[in-house]
Design a binder for this molecule. Structure first.
Ligand code: HEM
Ligand code: HEM
Length: 182
């Protein structure tokens, strides 16, 4: 069943979306961090920023699919069972990552709306969420930038925890999130 977790592995859909999301987030961050290579007002700058908006909104669409797949069953067991404080921290981290994937695109869309800029999503012009208000846009942007920095830390710590389990604890935490071989 592509949607359902088995006893020892996440579902194919969850695994595919997990790694696709990693690639998407790298692209989302790269587009905005590298915008400075194009001069302000240039076509290149507009294009790379539009790519940031569109890929960011793709994260927003896919996160609901992930949450749906997740709701279909329980997570596969980690063996040997980690201490309960680790399981608790992992739950907290996963909750924070889901919130991040939902909040960042909404904040971004609110910024572009408050700037009076209509965002294109795969050929569709999205509606403005709020009336034009440059001051509000700047406040939202401060939050978006701050959360963007928080995101680097969350993703970095989460990835490190996964690698720690795999290479040092040598349990099946990471294997559960990898496609079956052979
Ligand atoms: C998961 C999704 C997203 C992430 C991780 C993300 C991350 C970031 C980061 C890190 C920055 C600040 C870069 C800097 O100034 O150092 C930024 C800026 C920005 N983001 Fe996002 N973003 C996401 C989605 C979106 C979406 C969906 C939109 C709009 C529809 C958007 C609109 C903006 C805007 C307008 C800026 C300011 C750009 C500028 O200063 O020229 N973001 N984003
Ligand atoms: C190199 C980078 C990454 C590695 C090595 C990694 C590794 C893992 C592993 C091993 C798990 C299973 C953990 C468990 O069941 O306790 C997991 C789950 C998860 N990962 Fe990642 N991950 C990475 C990047 C990301 C990114 C970029 C995001 C999104 C921002 C993300 C979000 C999640 C979430 C939300 C879960 C929980 C899945 C669920 O139960 O629904 N991961 N990751």
């Amino acid at each position: 069943m592509p949607w359902k977790n088995s006893d020892n592995r996440y579902s194919t859909v969850s695994i595919a979306l997990h790694w696709l999301m990693l690639v998407l987030l790298i692209a989302v961050y790269a587009c905005i961090e590298l915008r400075g290579i194009f001069p302000k007002g240039s076509d290149g700058r507009t294009l790379i920023k539009e790519a940031h908006f569109m890929l960011g909104l793709t994260v927003f669409v896919l996160v609901w699919l992930r949450l749906f797949a997740r709701s279909l069953g329980v997570a596969p067991k980690i063996l040997p069972t980690p201490p309960s404080w680790q399981a608790f921290l992992a739950k907290l981290m996963h909750g924070a990552l889901y919130l991040f994937m939902i909040a960042m695109p909404i904040l971004g869309w609110l910024i572009t709306s408050a700037e009076g800029h209509q965002v294109m999503f795969y050929g569709i012009d999205l509606p403005l969420l709020v009336a034009e208000d440059k001051e509000f846009a700047e406040q939202l942007e401060d939050w978006h930038v701050l959360l963007g920095t928080v995101g680097y830390w969350l993703i970095g710590l989460h990835a490190l925890a996964g690698l720690y389990h795999h290479y040092l604890v040598r349990d099946n935490t990471l294997q559960r999130m990898l496609p079956k071989r052979g």
